[in-house]
Design a protein around this ligand. Structure first.
Ligand SMILES: [Zn+2]
Length: 237
């Protein structure tokens, strides 16, 4: 079983479906993670905080480029915790994927699909406050459209805390739940590999909030801990 995970930024893959990825690799599934944007350059600052300035000087760009490389190393460490060795970075502009044509993003996904031949594809919800998430969702729909030789049977979207629930009024309406009782610890461990992405509660990207989210979806689905997805499309032979 080939599982393709399309994430806009380093950490989205863990936040959205870290437990499920771990579950897949424990089952021996072949998981490939693709990270589209850098996760850094939108900050326009070299101190891992956002500045309100858009233009930046060359020195800051240089420092941010170093941080981009560090973040990639964190992403590789996090993916190892989840049992994944196949991770690819595409370096699209961070929080500016709306400057790239839907066609270009779609073609980059089509290229990956042609080579990897996924059975299932996971990506963002189309109802996220983050523009890169929405761009990726739309391009994924285009790239995975059912064609006669397509192997893709299912397409899912996952939620990302601090983006999906902030797209007010929230429209993420999951109908597919994965029990992650045995994987939630790995999910948190993987997230901690991202040294700069975790925040203090009540931020949604805090360990307390992530645990609460797993419990919330667990309460919806009859598990102690769960991750929630929307099944976008299913094809059955
Ligand atoms: Zn993101």
């Amino acid at each position: 079983m080939n599982i393709l995970v399309l994430a806009a930024h380093p950490d989205d893959e863990v936040l959205g479906m870290g437990g499920t990825i771990k579950k897949f690799t424990k089952k021996g599934f072949n998981v490939k993670i693709v990270i589209f944007a850098t996760g850094i350059s939108a900050r326009r600052s070299s101190n891992y905080k956002n500045t309100e300035n858009y233009d930046v000087d060359d020195n800051t760009i240089l420092k941010m480029n170093k941080q981009i490389e560090k973040l990639k190393i964190d992403a590789i460490s996090a993916s190892k915790v989840l049992g994944v060795s196949d991770i690819e970075f595409l370096d699209f502009p961070d929080n500016e994927m709306d400057l790239i044509s839907n066609l270009e993003i779609t073609k980059s996904i089509e290229k990956i699909i042609k080579k990897f031949k996924p059975d299932q594809v996971f990506t963002h919800s189309g109802f996220d406050v983050n523009v890169d998430h929405r761009m990726l969702y739309n391009a994924t729909l285009a790239a995975t459209r059912p064609k006669s030789k397509s192997k893709i049977k299912r397409v899912y979207s996952f939620e990302v805390p601090s983006s999906t629930e902030w797209y007010f009024p929230s429209q993420f309406s999951p109908n597919f739940f994965v029990n992650i009782d045995n994987e939630i610890k790995s999910k948190i461990t993987a997230l901690k590999k991202y040294k700069t992405e975790l925040n203090k509660f009540p931020h949604p990207r805090s360990t307390i909030a992530l645990d609460a989210i797993a419990k919330k979806w667990g309460s919806v689905s009859g598990y102690n801990n769960a991750e929630a997805f929307t099944l976008i499309r299913e094809l059955t032979d």
